[in-house]
Ligand binder design. Structure first.
Ligand code: F6R
Length: 608
């Protein structure tokens, strides 16, 4: 987590650093800091709190003149959020400044060694050891000192480094944390993510693991950790700058919910050609698709929830056994990956530490790994055997909406393709499914148009204490996501339950006025879930039902009913999740929460 930026060029660095950090605040927002070389020495300003505290403190950067600098926005791991623990960190003479995203795992050992040599520490962070260790190794050759540090530290890092003795050079290093370098006519930049540099350039280098970038105003060189020079190609970024801005919406989350029809259509349409599903990106022959004996889906959070949905669909349509696991469990449970297992890693950011570790482990165990990823060129995308990109565009709100929706579509396409090749659906059935798929964007649009009704209902329940989401089959998978959305942005306790499980314990929590959100989109399970709804109503619950258009009898069992347009039973998640996202959003607003940046969270979880 955390975001780093850096600039060297002909313009004043501080305002560019602050602007870049504002695009990276989604990565963490406990504190922020910048360091700028002013022609004589490195000056620094850092503060606990949101970036605006730092902007005010530095008068939008004016108090730190200079044309080379680095900056940081923090999501605390080692050391509480505080001024002292904020980055940049320095050596004692303040001649070396460091910003860091990642974790130095052996920092205690290194700290002890440095302390024994007389080094004194000013913070509780793991990062500070890097600044002192650079000082320890620096004998006039910055590249040499950096490579020595890289050989000594363990863990993950993207580092931006300034040496007062090298005022025309910015250094950046990467291992297991994202880092890009942007090249522009007026100067060059480093950043944790592309949106931070888009205002200045579209020409970007993706720095790989254990690579070093040595950047000057009109020159840049790349090295490996043995100081050997590398040749790298830049990539042209095609996104719009506006795609990473709010575009008139009050919050990124609201904007991104409204971008779902486009995210779905963009993920879908390039893969539909002349009535057929074309997934060349899978990089698999039909024989290889037929040979799949099992699918293992691994992901975190909402991406895991799309995996739970995908299990029902892949098993239902393609008749392949599917196991789903959260990455932080999978990687430590010594899993069995037999021959013929396809491992799918799902990730919006493509940088989630546990998912990346799971990918590496699966590859080491000999499995083929397919990644379903939103960020082009991200670590997971680069390391997987094949990638099915979701084309949701940059997602800024911490709570995912459009990337989740695009992930669902990628799985529908995959399940349908595998079903076609393995002969578990007929071509006629496939054609009907494709027609249903094509309608999803406009159906989502319709549901978004109904947002005021949901807002009204949400306004009545802003004070709810506990909310239960229930459903069976795919409706259970939808419940998982509805519950996470609500709790993460409104801080209301909520739980998702397989509806049939309630009476095995949890129903004892239902009392007068407890809110229950019931999902009933699976017609063959409808009556079963209705019984569960009746059970909770009898015990005093207030029920909000989400069901298929036409199920009007639900109104007598619920206090409030939301209908979703008719679609295939496998695709209902794409529609039913929309009112749940809106519900969470309006509850969060009603409670005065910070919708886009909920407390304690960060968009990209690059630590385990
Ligand atoms: C919740 C949310 C998270 C992410 C999870 C995985 O709204 O966004 O639960 O889904 O942290 O992140 P990615 O998809 O980037 O691997």
């Amino acid at each position: 987590m955390c975001g780093i930026v850096g600039y060297i060029g002909e313009r004043q660095a501080a305002s560019i650093l602050l602007d870049g950090l504002s695009k990276l605040e989604y990565r963490g927002y406990d504190s922020a800091g910048i360091a700028v070389y002013n022609g004589e020495k490195i000056q620094m300003s850092k503060a606990k709190g949101r970036l605006k505290v730092l902007s005010e403190l530095t008068h939008d950067g004016e108090t730190l003149p200079g044309t080379i600098g680095i900056g940081h926005t923090r999501w605390a791991t080692h050391g509480a959020p505080s001024d002292a623990n904020s980055h940049p960190h320095f050596n004692e003479s303040m001649s070396i400044a460091v910003v860091h995203n990642g974790i130095i795992e052996n920092y205690i050992k290194i700290k002890k060694m440095l302390e024994s040599k007389g080094y004194q520490f000013a913070s509780d962070t793991d990062t500070e050891v890097v600044a002192h260790l650079l000082d320890y190794y620096y004998k006039g050759n910055a590249l040499e000192a950096i490579t020595k540090v890289m050989h000594r530290v363990e863990g993950s890092y993207a580092l931006g480094i300034l040496f007062a003795e090298k005022p025309d050079t910015l250094y950046a290093v990467r291992k297991d944390s994202p880092l890009i370098v942007g090249k522009s006519a007026n100067g060059n930049l480093i950043a944790s993510d592309v949106p931070a540099v888009l205002k200045y350039t579209r020409d970007v280098y993706f720095i790989e693991n254990e690579e070093i970038a040595v950047i000057q105003q009109d020159n840049m060189k790349f090295y490996n950790m043995y100081e050997e020079e590398l040749t790298k190609e830049s990539v042209k970024i095609e996104w719009d700058v506006e795609a990473a801005e709010k575009g008139g919406y009050e919050h990124f989350m609201l904007k991104e919910m409204h971008e779902q029809p486009k995210a779905v259509a963009d993920t879908l349409s390039p893969r539909l050609k002349e009535g057929k599903i074309v997934l060349d990106e899978l990089n698999m022959t039909e024989e290889e698709m037929k040979a799949i004996r099992k699918i293992m889906i691994v992901a975190c959070g909402s991406a895991y929830h799309t995996g739970v949905t995908a299990k029902y669909i892949l098993e239902g349509l393609a008749r392949i056994p599917v196991e789903v696991d959260v990455a932080s469990e999978f990687r430590y449970r010594n899993p069995i990956l037999e021959e013929g297992t396809l491992v799918i890693i799902i990730s919006q950011s493509g940088e989630t530490a546990d998912s990346l570790a799971a990918l590496r482990m699966a590859k080491n165990m000999g499995s083929k790994v397919l990644a379903i990823v939103n960020v082009v060129g991200s670590s997971i995308a680069r390391e997987a055997d094949s990638v099915l990109y979701t084309w949701a565009g940059p997602e800024i709100a911490v709570a995912t909406t459009k990337a989740y929706s695009a992930q669902l579509i990628a799985h529908y396409l995959l399940a349908m393709k595998l079903a076609e090749v393995r002969g578990t659906v007929t071509l006629e059935e496939l054609a009907v499914l494709i027609e249903d798929l094509k309608r999803i964007p406009e159906q989502i649009e319709l549901l978004l148009g109904n947002r005021e009704k949901i807002q009204k209902f949400a306004n009545r329940y802003v004070a709810a204490k506990d909310v239960f989401f229930i459903g069976r089959g795919i409706d259970y998978a939808i419940s998982l996501e509805g519950s996470l959305k609500l709790k993460e942005i409104s801080y209301i306790h909520s739980e998702a339950y397989a509806a049939g499980e309630l009476k095995h314990g949890t129903i004892s929590l239902i009392e007068d006025g407890t809110l229950v959100v019931a999902l009933l989109t699976q017609e063959e399970l409808y009556k079963k879930t209705v019984s569960n709804v009746v059970e909770v109503k009898t015990r005093g619950a207030v029920v909000l039902s989400v069901t298929n258009a036409g199920n009007t009898d639900m109104e007598k069992n619920s206090d409030y009913t939301i209908y979703i347009p008719k679609t295939n039973k496998y695709f209902t998640n794409s529609l039913a999740v929309v009112p749940l996202q809106l519900f969470a959003y309006y509850i969060s607003i009603g409670r005065g929460c910070d919708v886009d940046k909920p407390r304690n969270l960060a968009k990209s979880v690059t630590v385990e």
